[in-house]
Design a protein around this ligand. Structure first.
Ligand SMILES: [Zn+2]
Length: 434
C-alpha cells in the first residue's frame, strides 16, 4: 500500500517530473511522524478494513470543500504542527477512488442495458464535476501548499500534453458483400444501387470515409511535432449480437483499408469485442489474432467496443493479454473526465490496492455521446462549446485530449448531421493549441 500511496502523491503533484517533492508529503495520522514532512494529509478512514469495499464507503454529495475544491473524504481542516502543514482533506483517498474505478467495483448492480456503469449514476456527474479534472485541481492545491511551506515548486506548463485522434472501426463498409447486397435489396436501398456500391470502387462505399479522415487527421498530426497521433481500433471478433458486422484481414477490402491507414501513418489497437466486456478471458485470443494475422506489429492499445469495460476483471484481462494502454475510460452517456484527471494514469487494482502497469488514457469525447438523444442530445453549437471547454480544461493541466469519432459518424443520416463540420472545427482549435 505504501507504494500505491507514493504513486498517488506523485501523480497528484504532476507525475514523475515532480518525484522529488513526493517525499515531502506524508499520509499518516501518527503525530510522531509529522515532523518528517512539509505537508501531512491525515487519512480519513476510507481504507479501514471495516469500511473499504462497502457501499457505505461511497461518498455522499454533501461534500466538504477545501479552498473551493470538493473532497470526497475527510474534511476542511488545516493547521500547523511546528513548520509542517497538516490537512484533513483526504485527497489521497479521493484520488484513489477514481484511479482504481472504486465506484464500479463496489456498485456492481448499477449497470445500463449493455452492462456498463452509467455516467449519470456516477459520483462525478451527480456532483456536477464531470467537466473538470478534479485530481488535477488537487495537484494545483498541493503544489500551492508546498509553496506555502517554503518549497519552490513550478506549475506545469499550460499546454496540451498529447492529442489522440481515435477511430473505432465498427463497420468499415456499407455494402461490400453478397450478404449486404441481399439485405439492401430486400429492405434497404434496392438491388440496382446496392449492386453498384458492391461492384464499384471501395471509395464509393458511403461508410468508407477513411480517405477523408486520413487527410484531416494528417493535417493536424503533420504539424504537431509528434504530439498528435491517429489511432484506429480494429475488431477481430464479431459473430454475434452487438459485435456484428464481422470483417477480417482475409477480405480484399480490409487489406486495402489497412494499407491506406498504414500509409497515412496511423497506429492500430484492438477493439475488444462486446462479448469480451462480459467474458474478459476472450481478450487474449483477440489480441493474438490481431497481432499474428494482420501484420501490424505488437498490439499495445485497446478500447472496448461499446466502452463495455467497467470491472476490475476487464483490466486484468488486458494486462494478461500484454496490453499496456487502454482508451476505454469515458462514459458513453456523458462526455468529460471519467477518471477525474486529464492525464494518463496507471490503473490501481481495487482488490489488491496495487498500482499496475496498465495506463488508462482519459477518453474525453465520443461523437455519439454528444449527439444521441439517449445521451447528451446536444445541438451542434452546444456540442462544440462543450468540447472546447473540456479541451481548455485539459490544457490547463498539461493533459491529453482523446477524441473518438467513428467513420460512420461522417455519413449523413447515419451518425447525426453535424459530425463532419464539428470534427473539422475541433481539429482547427487543436491546431491552434498544439
Ligand atoms: Zn465499437
Amino acid at each position: 500500500m505504501d507504494e500505491t500511496i507514493r504513486y498517488i502523491i506523485e501523480f497528484i503533484l504532476g507525475g514523475t517530473s515532480y518525484s522529488q517533492y513526493a517525499d515531502m508529503v506524508g499520509y499518516t495520522s501518527n503525530k510522531d511522524e509529522f515532523g518528517r514532512y512539509r505537508i501531512v494529509i491525515v487519512p480519513s478512514g476510507f481504507f479501514d478494513k471495516d469500511l473499504y469495499g462497502t457501499v457505505a464507503s461511497i461518498p455522499s454529495l454533501l461534500l466538504d470543500y477545501v479552498d473551493g475544491l470538493p473532497v470526497l473524504f475527510g474534511k476542511d481542516e488545516k493547521y500547523f504542527v511546528g513548520s509542517t502543514i497538516v490537512i484533513k482533506a483526504d485527497i489521497i483517498a479521493s484520488s484513489y477512488f477514481f484511479i482504481s474505478r472504486y465506484e464500479e467495483y463496489v456498485c456492481r448492480s448499477k449497470r445500463d442495458v449493455h452492462g456498463r456503469f452509467p455516467g449519470k449514476e456516477s459520483f462525478l456527474v451527480r456532483a456536477g464535476m464531470i467537466d473538470s479534472p478534479l485530481i488535477d485541481r488537487y495537484g494545483k492545491y498541493l503544489r500551492q501548499l508546498l509553496r506555502d511551506s517554503g518549497v519552490s515548486v513550478d506549475e506545469p506548463k499550460e499546454e496540451l500534453g498529447k492529442v489522440w485522434l481515435t477511430h473505432d472501426v465498427d463497420a468499415p463498409f456499407f455494402c461490400r458483400s453478397f450478404r449486404a447486397v441481399v439485405r439492401e435489396s430486400l429492405k434497404g436501398i434496392g438491388f440496382p444501387k446496392a449492386y453498384s456500391i458492391f461492384n464499384g470502387n471501395l471509395e464509393k462505399d458511403p461508410y468508407y470515409t477513411f480517405p477523408w479522415i486520413i487527410e484531416k487527421d494528417n493535417e493536424l498530426c503533420s504539424k504537431s511535432e509528434g504530439k498528435c497521433s491517429a489511432l484506429y481500433f480494429l475488431k477481430v471478433a464479431g459473430n454475434g449480437g452487438f459485435d456484428k458486422p464481422y470483417y477480417d484481414i482475409s477480405f480484399k477490402d480490409v487489406r486495402k483499408m489497412i494499407c491506406q491507414l498504414k500509409s497515412g501513418g496511423a497506429l492500430f489497437g484492438l477493439h475488444s469485442s462486446y462479448k469480451s466486456g462480459r467474458t474478459p478471458d476472450l481478450v487474449a485470443g483477440e489480441c493474438l489474432n490481431l497481432s499474428n494475422r494482420w501484420s501490424i506489429g505488437k498490439i499495445k492499445y485497446n478500447r472496448n467496443h461499446f466502452l463495455r469495460s467497467c470491472e476490475p476483471e476487464n483490466f486484468r484481462a488486458l494486462i494478461n493479454a500484454g496490453i499496456t494502454d487502454d482508451f476505454t475510460m469515458g462514459y458513453a452517456d456523458v462526455s468529460g473526465f471519467r477518471l477525474a484527471t486529464s492525464r494518463p494514469v496507471r490503473w490501481i487494482d481495487p482488490e489488491t490496492r496495487c498500482v499496475t502497469d496498465l495506463i488508462m488514457h482519459p477518453l474525453l469525447v465520443m461523437d455519439c455521446t454528444l449527439s444521441d438523444e439517449r445521451y447528451m442530445g446536444l445541438p451542434e453549437d452546444e456540442a462544440f462549446e462543450y468540447c472546447v471547454r473540456l479541451i481548455s480544461e485539459a490544457r490547463k493541466y498539461n493533459g491529453e485530449v482523446v477524441l473518438l469519432w467513428h467513420n460512420t459518424s461522417f455519413v449523413p443520416g447515419i451518425g447525426g448531421e453535424y459530425h463532419k463540420p464539428l470534427y473539422q472545427k475541433l481539429l482547427g482549435i487543436l491546431g491552434k493549441l498544439l
